[in-house]
Design a protein around this ligand. Sequence first.
Ligand SMILES: Nc1nc2c(ncn2[C@@H]2O[C@H](COP(=O)(O)OP(=O)(O)O)[C@@H](O)[C@H]2O)c(=O)[nH]1
Ligand SMILES: [Mg+2]
Length: 320
Amino acid sequence: MLKAEDILEGSRKAEAQKAGARMIRLIEDNDPSAFELLKQLYPHTGEAFIIGITGSPGVGKSTLIDALITEFRKLALKVAVIAVDPSSPVSGGAILGDRLRMQRHATDTGVFIRSMASRGQKGGLSRATKDAVVVLSAMGYDIIIIETVGAGQAEFDIASLAHSVGIVSIPGTGDGIQAVKAGILETGDIFIVNKCDKPDADAACHELVMMLGMRNLSETRWKPVVLKTIAQNGTGVDKLVQSFLSHLNFMKKNGLIDRKKKKLDRLYFQSLLKDLTLEKILVFMNNSTDFKEMLKKIESGSMDPLSAAELMVNNLITFE
Ligand SMILES: Nc1nc2c(ncn2[C@@H]2O[C@H](COP(=O)(O)OP(=O)(O)O)[C@@H](O)[C@H]2O)c(=O)[nH]1
Ligand SMILES: [Mg+2]
């Protein structure tokens, strides 16, 4: 039986790292024991800097993260990665870059990489990812990177999980940028134009700067950064690391990080409430005679389904 203490030193001890990996599997499998463990781990969280890396499939997110790991390790920071990118090739839990490159991190407990599938999570991928972040933070990782293709969509909003969001795009074929979807500009803190070994990199950056210039900025708001990288050979990745750390410092100086952490806690609380309430209602529907009575009334036509649902929920949950 897995215990919370077994996991706590996961970023320093190989055995504890394995325990952390088992814990994340419990979360993925919706194992009921995960909830109790998460409660015990939660007080040990809060120190990690959580970075979201998002962008369309193929822009080089995984390659970039692989290079980011190397840069963060140079600064002796411990790094965990959760990839929720369904397009990422999954091979035995290791998914980033090619397998050879991955092996250089394989014996390093200061690095932890997992992919998360969207199958079967109760509250959706967002909740499962947040649960996993709790585990990684309790394990003592300094940096937690979440890779995802989604930003700003209802079922997976990276801004509800990360302290800093990097949006990856690539130079277009003719001019300007490819693959920055309208509406996600608001979510980004760092804009990365990757594959700058290709033509039109400068035009792509320029276009992004223009698009971002329209944002209303005050002194207490972070001014988004646009950066060029070639993830394949690591060009520009040192600057990218510095930008993320600058963003963190900026947030610390302005009291923004505490506000953001409170906001993320509130969102986690809300998604937990939704899940737990739904679970209770499902149990109730399976066991309650009231529910069966109500069904009969609907079937006999003495009550309509809308009124029945309304009455039932009002009887079930009252807030004062
Ligand atoms: N030319 C070039 N190719 C890159 C660069 N970064 C990544 N790639 C390639 O782009 C492809 C997709 O990369 P991947 O990291 O899997 O993208 P993801 O889907 O966003 O995670 C792979 O074949 C990479 O080798 C780069 O800076 N330049
Ligand atoms: Mg990927």
